[in-house]
Design a protein around this ligand. Structure first.
Ligand SMILES: N[C@@H](Cc1c[nH]c[nH+]1)C(=O)O
Length: 318
């Protein structure tokens, strides 16, 4: 018998276990005060049930195994949002709007950060059936309040829109998934290399290079609104209007910025997307965005937006 730990998996006890529970309780209370009801989905899902929704985007990060009880292939969840989408689309049909929260372990097939953990304690909210910008605004406020209530200083929310990148790379021969993983690396050299054999205009190349460099703020977006077609214009307008609306009402020491270089963690986002940072923490503390298209893929046309964070990463950063 070997007692060696499995790479990226660890036990937790003592003060750290207690800290996780109290942080979890604090966030679930915050969500409940905002009208969000807790949902506890199972640890495993059918991969084929997820495929119609997010499965194809989560495939690299999901551990799949054969059920000894004979239910076929099962997938260990790597993200709770697609489970909430499934539940909202197939079980909670009575309500037109749903405000749902969750907090539980997920397992990634590979660590996201070099040398990092493969287990996350994913905690978050999903706001379903609230159309227009008010769902996004509500979720952004709750994301900021979550960081403040956990004790992070000077939270910053960077808000992007997947439509901007979709419009820029529409003429390319590379998939959107390849573009997002390339741009997440923030390496202008890697981007230059990838651009070599792409049939893209000089203007698009320059814009992509700005995204790889991380220079794509509000002024950048505003100056290019009309340069890349109707899809880009629509995404830019939606993004800037939301940032103006929410920014004006943000309370406390929270900053909100438009940033076209924000990339999704998983590719199911179909509109606004955002990441949250705080003073003194180098990596993103939360991710979120709109995923109406995943709801349609699950068979229910419904506006959907939310955010999630990893409580283990939060404890490490606090
Ligand atoms: N679950 C997503 C974030 C999210 C929640 N709701 C919508 N998006 C992630 O972890 O990247």
């Amino acid at each position: 018998m070997t007692n060696r730990p499995i790479i990226g998996l660890d036990d937790t006890f003592g003060a750290r276990a207690q800290s996780l529970r109290s942080l979890q309780l604090r966030l679930l209370e915050l969500f409940s005060e905002a009208g969000y009801e807790e949902v506890i989905p199972p640890l495993v899902e059918r991969p084929d049930a997820l495929k119609s929704g997010a499965g194809r985007f989560l495939a690299d990060q999901t551990v799949v195994f054969t059920d000894p009880a004979g239910a076929g292939l099962l997938a260990l969840r790597s993200d709770i949002t697609p489970q909430i989408a499934r539940i909202a689309a197939t079980r909670l049909l009575h309500a037109e709007t749903l405000r749902l929260s969750y907090s539980g372990p997920v397992m990634l097939a590979r660590p996201e950060l070099r040398g990092g953990s493969r287990q996350q304690w994913q905690t978050g909210i999903e706001c379903l059936g609230v159309t227009g910008s008010s769902g996004d605004a509500e979720v952004l406020h709750l994301a900021a309040n979550s960081m403040l209530s956990a004790g992070f200083k000077s939270p910053v929310l960077l808000v992007g829109h997947i439509g901007l990148l979709e419009a820029l790379v529409a003429g390319s021969t590379m998939s959107l998934a390849s573009w997002t993983s390339l741009l997440r690396r923030r390496s202008p050299d890697d981007l230059q290399a990838a651009l070599e054999d792409q049939p893209l205009t000089e203007q698009v190349r320059a814009a992509l290079l700005d995204l790889a460099t991380g220079v794509a703020d509000r002024a950048w977006i505003d100056a290019r609104r009309h340069d890349f077609g109707a899809h880009f214009l629509h995404a830019a307008n939606e993004l800037l209007a939301l940032v103006d609306e929410v920014g004006e009402r943000m309370e406390g020491d929270v900053q909100l910025h438009a940033d076209a270089a924000v990339m999704p963690r998983f590719l199911y986002h179909s509109g606004i997307l955002f990441t949250g940072y705080a003073d003194g923490v180098a990596h993103a503390l939360l991710h979120g965005g709109r995923y109406d298209a995943m709801m349609s893929a699950h068979g229910r046309d419904m506006a959907a937006t939310g955010f999630s964070c990893d409580l283990w990463a939060w404890l490490d950063a606090l």
